[in-house]
Design a protein around this ligand. Structure first.
Ligand SMILES: CC(C)(COP(=O)(O)OP(=O)(O)OC[C@H]1O[C@@H](n2cnc3c(N)ncnc32)[C@H](O)[C@@H]1OP(=O)(O)O)[C@@H](O)C(=O)NCCC(=O)NCCS
Length: 175
């Protein structure tokens, strides 16, 4: 059943415990043996580069996404993490969060990068379906025997010649 009345809000301290619980109960973090530090994503400053949103279904946290608003690598923004409460998956909530981040990123960067662990088949399928291509692999980056696959999505096609056409950099920063 598709998720109903999901709101996307800015992540605050009040949401962190629920988001940390999702991380604690989910791949890839269980296998990687690590959690997530939400503190760099809690800034309330307008236009802060580290952005975080939660999906609220009814009154409960259903998922979250952490990302850079602007380019941080190879003319691309970076999605640091995305997760949905295990019991609420496959109902479109992950896609809602990803769509939100992509629309926000498109104001500042032409590309998006995200990593998915080699054992995290579900996330790889999810990103492929959303238009991301696997463009690299970093073997043993976090744990031996597992690679981090780099996925890339081009939001704005390369224009080839420097200086011609609109540049995301010339656009106004988001509030
Ligand atoms: C990846 C994740 C965020 C997806 O969230 P979700 O709410 O289940 O995703 P959606 O319901 O929006 O699914 C979007 C599409 O991806 C597709 N999809 C999911 N898993 C897939 C797979 N293994 N192969 C192909 N497509 C897949 C679904 O079919 C769905 O499309 P459809 O509903 O039209 O069929 C969720 O599975 C999750 O939290 N995983 C654990 C954390 C994680 O791995 N995060 C990513 C790395 S940071």
């Amino acid at each position: 059943m598709k998720a109903q009345s999901v709101r996307i809000l800015t992540l605050t301290r009040a949401h962190v415990a629920a988001c940390a619980a999702i991380v604690a109960g989910s791949e890839p973090w269980k296998t990687l043996g690590e959690g997530l530090d939400f503190s760099p994503f809690l800034s309330r400053r307008g236009g802060a580069p580290a952005q975080a949103r939660v999906a609220i279904e009814g009154t409960e946290v259903a998922g979250f996404i952490l990302y850079s608003a602007g380019p941080v690598f190879a003319r691309g923004a970076y999605i640091r993490a995305l997760a949905v409460v295990p019991g609420r998956r496959s109902r479109g909530i992950g896609s809602l969060l990803l769509d939100f981040a992509e629309q926000s990123i498109a104001k500042h960067a032409a590309n998006i990068f995200v990593c998915a662990s080699s054992f995290n088949r579900r996330a790889q399928g999810f990103y492929r379906k959303a238009g991301y291509s696997r463009v690299g692999a970093i073997p043993g980056l976090i744990i031996p025997g597992a690679s981090e696959y780099i996925f890339w999505k081009q939001l704005i096609p390369a224009i080839g010649k420097r200086g011609s056409g609109p540049s995301p950099r010339s656009r106004r920063p988001a509030s």
